[in-house]
Design a protein around this ligand. Sequence first.
Ligand code: C5P
Length: 238
Amino acid sequence: MTQGELLYSGKAKTIYLSDKPDELIVSFRDDITAFDGGKKDRLEGKGASNADVSAFLFQLLEKGGVPTHFIKMEDPITMRVKRLSMIPLEVIVRNRAAGSIVRRYPFIEGHIFEKPIIAIDYKDDTRNDPMVNDEIIIALGLMTQEEIQTVRAEALRINEILKSFFESIGIDLIDFKVEFGRYNDRILLGDEISMDSMRLWEKGTHTSLDKDVYRFGKGDVMESYRAVTGRITGSGKL
Ligand code: C5P
């Protein structure tokens, strides 16, 4: 692997240039944060768990026809990806009510939405990632109406693939967040899909198998991350 100059260091990943101009190297660190960085820890093995799960799910999605930035794993915490021009939006898909939608609106936790709900936030920590609508996205010059439709359709396709995969391993997919970027004239799925960016409940219960274990001190975070990683990567579904 040729890891080049540091490009960007986020809350849990560090991005480097690579030996190819159109590819990047993503290093999954052991850092975990919640509440906009208000809670921070370093948990040994957390980077490897999230890298494993992200690599698995990106490949599962590719198999299902969703184009992603994933190229290959270079080592257990290092992913080679296509260099996207990221669109600063967080696309959140919810199958059931949990987290901020329960805090902000009168939904009971666990309420099953008749149709999945898509909500899009503008990525800006200084503004607390405000929710945006299509008009705001267009006015900010982030995407055209046609691109927004593509991204919404892609988010729903991702949801269908992930939901049925998790169902097959006894897990309910409550919600998740994805980010997209431009690569030549296409929009590809980027960033990561891991226990940090999804809400997963043990099937038929409200038992968290994701970052809520860390956010709300619901148990041993690494025990939970390791167990869920094993269930995902050992599923034989790739
Ligand atoms: O906090 P909220 O309930 O809006 O989160 C919805 C989903 O999106 C959760 O699975 C959460 O982990 C994920 N998310 C994320 N990054 C953010 C905000 C939410 O991965 N900045």
